[in-house]
Design a protein around this ligand. Structure first.
Ligand code: NAP
Length: 610
């Protein structure tokens, strides 16, 4: 296992010329309807979300129940929250999950080729606690799903789970100081506390292409893969589509993983691409047993900190890059330059730092464009596959198989950038550039409700706090919380995810930080007989101001990006993917939360014991 990788060689670039090209490519794709171009998995598309292709939904009687805590979601965020509740001595809780098992994204997303895109050792939660070591640097989807099950078994969480159950409404009942929870199974559950662990990738969305309902062939979303139709498994071998013409819409992280398998199985594959992804080498490797033997307790925390420092825009002189992949390439290369030139002083000046980083960013992106030329034989196809935008405008993607797929005779790439997406879907297929492509099946690799409105993301209606106030109204113009965890007017309600908190390179580390805090508040409230806890309006306002004071204006960068969910499809004042974070530092935030908890006085909270 590498402990400190060298800078990656990158070519010289003409930044002004590339900048102009980037803006041109952005303009080509910008749409006036922004995020509204997408359809929700509703109004005839419910199956794209509520249908379960993996496990049958067993009939059961509706539950009428009262409990201390409901954890909404049984993915990693929910599992971590539940584990921490137990550690804090809270036992009366239920995990309510739409899937038929634990796993969240890893339960639902079982498409062929699914694999973690970032370091497994940093990403997979609770691995030291469960005595598990991933088989590879980048785990396959089944290993992630099995790990979620392992956590469930190891910590006795299955007995707490209510699977195949979707929370439809959440209403705070002031008269009994409880959340009234209704589900799609007719359940009526009252809970003192609700912890939202829905995750960012939970609701698939569909492209709002005219005629989408007209298609008479087969369709599904990648998050609900139909192996009945394709054959095979998530490791590939799609043996039922050898006589089928398949279309795939979408070439983001999911599309890139799926496309090589569809191409290998189908009679013909037509890939409709609006924006090319930037694709780093995958360079997966089995876990080295010698490295495992050398690990000391606490190695994982140290690795996550390294990923944070070396890869996540925070730079520390002398910090080695032990992650060594595309996530850390720009930082690694900049650090090497600063070492060579003895130039670390420059990072104290934000403008100079941004300038130096920008150079490495342009060079790295050029390296990836050159990589396309090296792999894809047809120059016209290669040109279409080149990403012209800055690093982190979109999510980095990793594959050694995607680009070679376009050298296959049974694969056609259709560039739909000029029309800002696929023009139309017909009974028989897809129209792009005025040409109709007849297909038997359309696979939507069109992503999730990530930065669309909260009402779309949660789809919990109503979601009402004290006095019936809607959370969607409360947060309509931006998050307002204390520490990202609680919001005034919504007693006993906790948020997790990207909401005014600290952000770091391993999302599960963020969930751990949040779960520690929430478990403390819940257990303290239960111990002290607190029936009602929420931030005061003043404490909330102070946190909003703290977040603002630490924030920085990234709008020039995002406005120059090609549209995607990272920049809310180019909408001005769009909701950022990272949810208005506290930029004072993830670990600084952790210390701040710890100090708040240590003081034991629940500072800034409005409390009632009636
Ligand atoms: P995505 O990144 O949102 O990609 C959606 C794709 O659909 C894009 O290529 C988009 O093109 C295309 N599209 C949308 N509307 C279209 C239209 N009308 N015509 C043509 N194309 C259209 O979704 P995703 O690939 O599912 O990934 C979402 C996120 O999930 C990732 O960014 C990542 O955070 C996570 N994920 C993680 C992993 C992993 O770790 N292994 C794997 C998969 C996903 P444009 O780019 O032009 O909008």
């Amino acid at each position: 296992m590498q402990q400190n990788c060298a800078a990656t060689e990158t070519p010289e670039v003409d930044i002004p010329a590339l900048h102009a090209k980037y803006l041109k490519e952005r303009d080509k794709r910008l749409r006036s309807d922004g995020q509204n171009q997408y359809l929700q998995a509703e109004d005839g598309f419910e199956e794209f979300y509520e249908g379960d292709p993996h496990l049958p939904v067993e009939p059961r009687d509706a539950i009428v129940d009262e409990i201390d805590v409901v954890v909404l979601g049984g993915g990693f965020a929910g599992l971590i929250a539940a584990h921490r509740l137990r550690q804090a001595g809270v036992e009366e809780f239920r995990i309510i999950e739409l899937g038929g098992d634990f796993g969240g994204v890893w339960y639902w997303n079982r498409y062929p080729g699914i694999q973690i895109d970032s370091d497994s050792y940093s990403y997979l939660p609770l691995i030291e606690e469960t005595g598990f070591m991933p088989k590879e640097k980048y785990s396959r989807g089944d290993e992630c799903y099995e790990h979620a099950q392992r956590i469930g078994k190891h910590f006795g969480l299955y007995e707490k789970a209510l699977f195949h159950t979707l929370i439809r409404s959440l209403e705070w009942d002031e008269s009994i100081s409880r959340w009234q929870i209704k589900t799609n199974r007719g359940d009526e559950i009252r809970a003192r506390f609700i912890i939202m662990c829905q995750g960012p990738y939970n609701r698939p969305k569909l492209p709002g292409i005219p005629g989408i309902k007209d298609f008479k062939g087969h369709t599904f979303h990648t998050a609900r893969w139909d192996y009945e139709y394709t054959g095979g498994t998530l490791h590939g071998g799609l043996d039922k589509i050898a006589d089928k013409r398949i279309a795939v819409i979408g070439t983001g992280s999911t599309g890139v993983q799926v496309i090589p398998h569809l191409a290998a199985g189908a009679k013909h594959l037509t890939v409709f691409q609006r924006t090319p992804s930037y694709i780093y080498e995958r360079n997966n490797a089995p876990t080295d047993p010698e490295w495992v033997k050398s690990l000391e307790p606490g190695w994982r925390e140290a690795r996550q900190r390294n990923f944070h420092n070396s890869g996540f825009a925070f730079y520390k002189p002398g910090e080695p890059d032990i992650i060594c992949d595309g996530w850390t390439e720009v930082a690694r290369n900049l650090a090497a330059k600063l070492n060579e030139t003895n130039g670390w002083a420059a990072i104290a000046d934000p403008v100079e730092f941004a300038r130096l980083k920008e150079i490495e960013d342009y060079r790295s992106m050029q390296r990836l464009r050159n990589r396309v030329d090296e792999i894809v034989k047809d120059p016209e196809t290669a040109e279409k596959l080149k990403p012209y935008y800055r690093n982190m405008c979109k999510r980095p993607v990793f594959s050694d198989e995607f680009l070679p797929t376009f050298n296959r005779p049974n694969v056609t790439l259709v560039d739909v950038a000029e029309s800002k997406g696929v023009e139309r879907i017909t009974e028989k297929g897809i129209i792009a550039g005025g040409v109709e492509y007849e297909v038997d099946c359309i696979v939507f690799a069109s992503g999730f409700e990530i930065t669309t409105s909260l009402d779309r993301q949660f789809a919990i209606r109503p979601f009402a706090g004290r006095n019936g106030e809607s959370l969607y109204d409360k947060w309509g113009n931006g998050f307002r919380t204390l520490h990202g965890a609680m919001t005034h007017g919504f007693p006993n309600h906790f948020a997790t995810g990207f909401v005014q908190g600290g952000v770091t390179a391993s999302v599960t580390r963020m969930y751990e930080q949040q779960a520690d805090h929430i478990a403390y508040i819940v257990s303290t409230a239960l111990e002290r007989g607190i029936t009602h806890i929420e931030p005061t309006a003043e404490a909330e306002e102070n946190w909003v101001q703290t977040v603002r004071a630490k924030g920085y204006d990234n709008s020039l960068f995002t406005s120059e990006c090609t549209p995607g969910y990272y920049n809310s499809e180019g909408e001005k004042n769009g909701r950022g993917f990272l949810g208005d974070p506290f930029w004072g530092g993830f670990y600084t935030f952790e210390l701040l939360l710890q100090a708040w908890r240590d003081s034991g006085d629940l500072e800034g909270m409005e409390i009632r014991n009636d």
